[in-house]
Write a protein that binds this ligand. Structure first.
Ligand code: GDP
Ligand code: MG
Length: 594
């Protein structure tokens, strides 16, 4: 029987997954205490700051038990946030077991539930761990009860403190004893599942694989089944904290493959690598094609950064297969890209990574969902409100919906029901996990949750409610296109799709907001909101008085000049629209519509 155990850790965010991973690396001697930086797997600077793990990663650990039996433990780290369900599912397909971490002070939360369901669907052996028992507020009994009742997990949990190193040896023993050993079919034709990839500037694309059948080694000619691309393997090895070269990866193993891959389109997460000369009959079919649900425009703040942005997106896509993008031109913003994301957090992360890792300065337009519109008898798909047909030509608008799960203490129930109501939600379930915790299910338009919903939920529940969702069928909605005119001209980048009943509120909000952001000019600027050629809100920016300079200080001419220059610098980033200059923040302001 194989001595390989492939497992992942699943948990709601902040329940201690990364901390536990650190302890496992320490315990198995994969990294010494001295080398240990906290939460070593959260390598990306951004992840470290946000405290969330964005990318699935694999680490190989060696472990020898009390009786001297050696084991290989491959830990596959998964993200815990709602937007990254797809990444979790990719990682799960490479494992046979999952450590389910539950914070004893929080109990079961929405992603605990969602990830447990995913792990069950992937037929993983679940090892429950109740973590943070060192804290005085730990309530092990309640966490245990919620685990049994809410998750339907029967196994006896291991009590642990990842922080203090309590329960770690029990967890490792349980992995060895309970996670099914990887099945080894080394003589079969090669079948290796790609579950992650990243770009190395020297060696091209590096893929992380789980080998199911056969062997992969240096010099082998291999084929990527989905893209039909052929390459010669240049190097294979294991992922320790850094890649370590090895002769071959065999059935059961997890490791990396370098094949001088330059064309990133050849790599598809979820694809199977096989040997060209002896192709497998069992390509992996475990992954669904992922569709982005939220779209936004990304524009460089200066046109000279366009090529840089294009390259950065290409590279980012490698380690983030769920990101999609295509070129777009906007009258107001120039050349940029329309990008598709899994959710609004995903959007934020991509923006920050582009800015930090690639040194770009970007403007992001308000996010929107993908609509299906019937116009002149035909259905079209629209991912950009600016491209919406005129209201008069719209026969039907269909919008995406989600089935949201909210887990919250009873005390905040009223406020949460009200919030969901306001966001056009329909309740489909209300279940008590115990006397204190409720599980709510809501049918909600996706458009209502991509902006500010999560923050609102946290705020009305003092941070106690947790939230997760999955996509369901589209539904027809009473939606309208709200357009904004600045100085009597429509600015497409400000168009939003809104529910009929909310159009008036949105119109006031937008016009007021823009009045506050657009600076005064030498002339009066009307800001109008219209639906169906009917103006439903108006604000006016009054003209600037000519003596603006005269007002600042008396005779100090250098100071005046400096001021003028500074003003000019600031203006370089403004967008000229007709005779009006609009500052970039204005295009982001529409983000915050409530
Ligand atoms: P993740 O989001 O699941 O990866 O959670 P992290 O490992 O980043 O942990 C979230 C926070 O909980 C961090 O501040 C950790 O230091 C803390 N933490 C994790 N495990 C324990 C534990 O056993 N006891 C205590 N007191 N804190 C813990
Ligand atoms: Mg983490």
């Amino acid at each position: 029987m194989s001595n390989i155990r492939n497992f992942c850790i699943i948990a709601h965010i902040d329940h201690g997954k990364s901390t536990l991973a650190d302890r496992l690396l320490e315990y198995t001697g994969t990294i010494s205490k001295r080398e240990m930086k906290e939460q070593i797997l959260d390598g990306m600077e951004l992840e470290r700051e946000r405290g969330i793990t964005i990318k699935a990663k694999a680490v190989r650990m060696n472990y020898t038990d009390k009786n001297g039996n050696p084991y290989v433990l491959n830990l596959i780290d998964t993200p815990g946030h709602v937007d990254f369900t797809y990444e979790v599912s990719r990682a799960l397909a490479a494992c046979e077991g999952a450590i389910l971490v539950i914070d004893a002070t929080q109990g079961v939360e929405a992603q605990t539930l969602a990830n447990t369901m995913l792990a069950k669907n992937a037929n993983l052996k679940i090892i429950p761990v109740i973590n943070k028992i060192d804290l005085p507020t730990a309530d092990v009994d309640s966490a245990y009860e919620q685990m049994k009742e809410g998750l339907d997990v029967d196994a006896e949990p291991i009590l642990a403190s990842a922080k203090e190193g309590i329960g770690i040896s029990e967890i490792v023993d349980s992995i060895v004893a309970n996670v099914p050993p990887a099945v080894v079919n080394s003589d079969e034709p090669l079948s290796a599942l790609i579950f992650d990839s990243f770009y190395d500037s020297y060696r091209g694309v590096i893929v992380i694989v789980r080998v199911f059948d056969g062997k992969i080694k240096k010099g082998m000619k291999v084929r990527f089944i989905a893209s039909n691309a052929e390459y010669e393997v240049l190097e294979v090895g294991y992922m320790k904290l850094k890649p370590v070269e090895f002769d071959s990866l065999s059935s059961g193993d997890v490791g990396y493959v370098v094949a001088g891959i330059k064309d990133i389109h050849d790599i598809k997460i979820g694809d199977t690598i096989t040997e060209s000369a002896r192709p497998t009959k069992h390509p992996h079919a475990g992954y669904k094609e992922i569709h982005p649900f939220v779209f936004a425009g990304l524009y460089p703040n200066s046109t000279s950064e366009y090529d840089g942005l294009k390259m950065a997106l290409e590279k980012l896509k490698l380690s983030d297969s769920s990101l999609i993008y295509f070129p777009e031109t906007s009258v107001a913003l120039g050349f940029g890209f329309r990008c598709g994301f899994l959710g609004s957090l995903h959007l934020e992360i991509v923006k920050e990574r582009l800015e930090r890792e690639f040194g770009l300065s970007l403007l992001v337009t308000a996010p929107n969902v993908v609509y299906k519109v019937k116009t002149k008898g035909k259905y079209i798909t629209i991912d950009n409100p600016a491209r919406f047909p005129n209201n008069a030509d719209i026969e039907e608008i269909w919008e995406p919906y989600v089935e949201a799960t909210i887990i919250c203490p009873v005390d905040y129930l009223g406020a949460i029901l009200e919030l969901c109501q306001k966001r056009r939600g329909t309740q489909t379930q209300m279940k008590y996990m115990n006397t204190k915790i409720v599980v709510l299910k809501y049918h909600l338009p996706l458009a209502e949750i991509i902006v500010g919903f999560y923050d609102a939920l946290k705020s009305v529940s003092k941070g106690y409610a947790s939230f997760d969702y999955e996509h369901t069928a589209e539904q027809q909605g009473d939606l309208v296109k709200l357009e904004i005119m600045i100085n009597s001209e429509v600015v497409d980048a400000f168009s939003v799709i809104t529910h009929k009943d909310k159009a008036q509120t949105s119109a006031h909000y937008l016009t007021e907001k823009l009045r506050g952001i657009i600076p005064r000019h030498m002339f009066e600027i009307p800001i109008q909101a219209k639906v169906n050629n009917k103006i439903i809100a108006r604000e006016t920016i009054s003209a600037m008085r000519k003596d603006v300079l005269a007002k600042c200080y008396g005779g100090d001419i250098t100071r005046k000049r400096k001021l003028l220059e500074k003003q000019k610098e600031g203006k370089r980033k403004m967008r000229q629209f007709g005779r009006v200059e609009i500052p970039p923040e204005a295009f982001v302001a529409v983000l915050k519509i409530d």
